[in-house]
Design a protein around this ligand. Structure first.
Ligand SMILES: Cc1cc2nc3c(=O)[nH]c(=O)nc-3n(C[C@H](O)[C@H](O)[C@H](O)COP(=O)(O)O)c2cc1C
Length: 415
């Protein structure tokens, strides 16, 4: 298989039934190294077992279609927005391989820049392709007018749903009254949501936490303000702004929110097992589930959760598929960021495809030092070649990317 574009890696078909992309589309800034992304159903989607249809899901208690405003999702599993991770390349893979009902962009700061919509960083953050749809894009800010302008730009850039960030707990967000700091200002949330709803006809949603911290649990007030001012759904991370990601989520306040509003409530926070999903439904009555970190570590997660909750068979990707998907991801990332930066950006994703395989730790450590597409090809060949020949050394481990993470990612350096 060969991708368009000089810098792309060539991968042989190592056994999986990997279809050629049937159509490609240019994205990105014009220039000699243009990015090429597929359009329509393509690649690995064609070699995976068919997921259940929307019709067969309709009767399932846990997994079913979900309507948010005028937008109907095929299923109620959503990819959470993650700064630094959920770019178009990763989202496309999550959609193709996982089959989630909704993907989400990284947050986009509501900045008053002239020509904001044409600015390079904005374009990279909002880059999208038809094959990943429907797509949520997220506004990060506190000024109603600027958030509204940004919502309008996101709408024009191709968002199907526009979300407001009321959950980011990093210091920069707290100091500027954005992200989780908005949990202390329900009325301000109402004003922002009202302005955003005026600026776009797409559904507007709010992603919130249970409160700013354990002493300030304002989720009920923020939920009410959001819905009264036009929010079509709430994504609720069932922890407060000071809780670490490893702590248990609290389902009782989630249930209270669900009882108090008439729009869908989507649970977030460690919703990455069938058991967590069953509990969120049975104890809090939520309408959907949003998954962040674990989806980064396992692109097949959504598919397997759907299988487990609908009586299907779990899917264990064969070696050839892991290898092909890793190469595809690399090519997409290089298309988006160029070879030098793309190779660096890819470092954090690479071991996902090798997790649980012998020698994954050594592979990850070596990957952290590569700087070109050529080195990438060599390393992948080496690692998978050894596995195929049965001569791989090292433990079969599961590495975790977010082991030490305590916050909701970082606000991008230049925002
Ligand atoms: C690296 C990273 C970046 C994140 N970026 C965002 C973001 O841009 N917007 C947002 O609303 N939440 C963001 N989050 C929070 C996630 O969307 C999610 O709420 C959180 O990880 C809990 O879900 P999980 O347990 O499934 O990971 C981020 C989380 C991480 C780990």
């Amino acid at each position: 298989m060969r991708f368009e574009g000089a810098q792309h890696v060539v991968v042989e078909n190592h056994g999986a039934n990997l279809a050629e992309p049937n159509e490609v589309r240019k994205i990105g800034r014009p220039g000699p190294e243009r990015a090429w992304f597929p359009r329509g159903r393509c690649f690995l989607a064609s070699c995976l077992p068919m997921p259940p249809t929307a019709q067969s899901l309709a009767a399932n208690r846990y997994i079913h279609p979900l309507t948010i405003g005028g937008l109907t999702l095929e299923n109620n599993l959503c990819l959470a927005p993650m700064a630094g991770f959920t770019n178009v390349a990763f989202r496309l893979i999550a959609k193709e391989v996982g089959g989630c009902g909704l993907v989400a962009s990284e947050m986009v700061a509501a900045l008053a820049l002239p020509n904001r919509g044409a600015e390079g960083r904005f374009k990279t953050l909002t880059e999208n392709v038809p094959a990943e749809k429907p797509l949520a894009m997220q506004v990060y800010g506190r000024d109603p007018e600027m958030c509204a302008q940004t919502a309008r730009l996101l709408d024009l850039a191709g968002a199907d749903l526009i979300d407001l960030n009321c959950g980011c707990p990093v210091r920069k967000a707290k100091n500027s009254g954005c992200g989780v700091a908005l949990m202390r200002e329900p009325e301000q949330v109402g004003r922002i949501v009202a302005a955003m709803c005026q600026a776009t006809a797409k559904p507007v949603t709010v992603k919130m936490r249970l409160g700013y911290d354990a002493e300030n649990r304002t989720v009920m007030e923020v939920a009410a303000a959001a819905v009264e001012n036009g929010a079509s759904a709430l994504f609720v991370h069932a922890r407060t702004g000071e809780s670490k990601h490893g702590t248990d989520v609290e389902l009782a306040p989630l249930a209270e929110v669900k009882r108090s509003v008439r729009v869908p409530v989507i649970a977030n926070g460690s919703m990455d097992t069938a058991e967590a999903i069953r509990r969120a439904k049975d104890e809090a009555g939520v309408d959907g589930y949003q998954i962040g970190r674990s989806a980064c570590g396992d692109p097949w997660l959504f598919r397997n959760l759907i299988a487990e909750l609908t009586g299907g068979q779990p899917y264990a990707p064969p070696l050839a598929e892991r290898r092909a998907l890793l190469v595809r991801h690399f090519n997409l990332i290089v298309s988006l960021f160029g070879e030098a930066r793309g190779t660096r950006v890819m470092r954090k994703y690479t071991f996902f495809y090798c997790n649980g395989l012998p020698g994954v730790r050594r592979f990850r450590d070596r990957f952290m030092r590569i700087a070109s597409a050529g080195e990438f090809t060599g390393l992948v060949e080496d690692f998978f070649g050894q596995l195929e020949r049965g001569v791989a050394e090292g433990e079969a481990e599961h590495l975790t990317l977010f082991e030490r993470s305590t916050g909701d990612g970082a606000v991008a350096d230049d925002e």
